[in-house]
Design a protein around this ligand. Structure first.
Ligand SMILES: [Zn+2]
Length: 57
């Protein structure tokens, strides 16, 4: 049961990444929509290192 939950969570994250790729945009936690290639949010300055690391895997 726990394995299934974790698999679904991974699938949700994967799908969100796919959506971001499809639109060439991603949304910061502050709500600002920024280009996928952006390394920092222009509004709050939050780095997107975490997302980039997932894409490499
Ligand atoms: Zn932000």
């Amino acid at each position: 049961m726990m394995d299934q939950i974790h698999r679904l969570q991974d699938e949700i994250e994967y799908n969100l990444n796919q959506i971001n790729h499809a639109t060439d945009e991603k949304q910061c936690t502050c709500g600002q929509v920024v280009p996928v290639g952006a390394r920092f949010c222009p509004v709050c300055g939050k780095p997107f290192i975490e997302i980039e690391r997932r894409e490499e895997l």
